[in-house]
Design a protein around this ligand. Structure first.
Ligand SMILES: C[S@@+](CC[C@H](N)C(=O)[O-])C[C@H]1O[C@@H](n2cnc3c(N)ncnc32)[C@H](O)[C@@H]1O
Length: 290
């Protein structure tokens, strides 16, 4: 009998970590979310991809044999973000070479020169390099664009920011190999989710109060109307026989929208709010239809 170490090595490998900093990233909530994940489903859909924290976690759980599913459909309405995932999946070696040139070159001149590059004139590889560099060096890892779609976040106060981790990026690339990645609006998930699929929604959160509306991730706003439409998409997928899970802020508005489903209160530490009272542990909503 020939013993092979490959499966053991895979088992020992750490889970892929998000290669981007993303406002509202779910990494810290994964231990609280895991007990609510379905164990066996057909395909996985994540239509508000951001940093993809849940996708990396599901990839790891599947590798360890703890859950089973087939294909992953990852999407987001932010074209620069999606281009970045495509380059990580399809051209990681060249991406690493490009990023390495920016690694020890962090100063205001470089930051604003890279920020002000005309995206339309860049190759997909250059756009992804720019995106990762800005994500790791801008203020708080925020993504904000002006009316013309130009990224306008100022430089962050980092002494020596870690722009990328080569080993980690290769792992991310490996995990993405068979994923379908597209720039799409969340509503289009209705065109392909089938009974037995698992859909996880992590939208821009509904504001807790009128002053804390942090919704401008993309050029379009994600306001009350979009939140209501999302709840309707959730209900349609529920009727179709999908497993549906959703994260949102814990407030009267969202609790009313999802009152027919299983609502769980999670505790998160969020630093995105500029109000001192917005720091520390806050409640977040996790909704499941199963
Ligand atoms: C809360 S973030 C997702 C965070 C992510 N789950 C993570 O762990 O990092 C919300 C995402 O929704 C995307 N988004 C905003 N409006 C959208 C829309 N109409 N359709 C699809 N994605 C949208 C934003 O670009 C952003 O990446």
């Amino acid at each position: 009998m020939q013993l092979t170490l490959a499966p053991l090595q895979e088992w020992l490998e750490p889970a892929p970590q998000p290669f981007l900093k993303w406002a509202g990233g779910k990494s810290q909530l994964l231990p609280q979310m895991t007990p609510f994940l379905p164990k066996h489903f057909q395909n996985y859909h994540e239509p508000f991809l951001g940093g993809a924290a849940l996708f990396w976690h599901l990839f790891d759980l599947r590798r360890r044999g703890e859950i089973t599913f087939q294909d992953s459909y990852l999407s987001d309405a932010n074209p620069e973000l999606i281009n970045c995932y495509l380059q990580v999946r399809d051209d990681v070696a060249n991406l690493i070479t490009e990023l390495a040139q920016l690694r020890n070159n962090h100063c205001p001149e470089t930051y604003y020169r890279v920020r002000d590059l005309e995206v339309k004139r860049l190759t997909p590889l250059q756009r992804a390099t720019r995106f990762i560099y800005l994500n790791k060096t801008c203020y708080n890892g925020l993504y904000r664009v002006n009316r013309d779609g130009k990224f306008n976040v100022p430089m962050g106060r980092y002494h020596n920011p870690r722009i990328f981790d080569e080993e980690q990026l290769r792992q991310n690339s490996q995990a993405l190999q068979s994923a379908h990645i597209e720039c799409r609006d969340f509503r289009t998930v209705l065109e392909r989710a089938q009974p037995g699929d698992f859909v996880y929604f992590d939208p821009p959160y509904a504001p807790l109060s009128p002053t804390s509306n942090f919704t401008s991730y993309t050029a379009g706003e994600f306001g009350v109307a979009a939140q209501r439409e999302l709840a309707e998409v959730f209900r349609q997928l529920d009727r179709r026989g999908c497993y549906v899970m959703l994260s949102n802020s814990w407030c009267d508005f969202t609790l009313a929208l999802y009152r027919d489903f299983h609502c769980v209160e999670l505790k998160a530490t969020r630093a995105i709010n500029s109000q001192p009272s917005g720091r520390g542990k806050i409640s977040e909503l996790l909704v499941c239809n199963y």
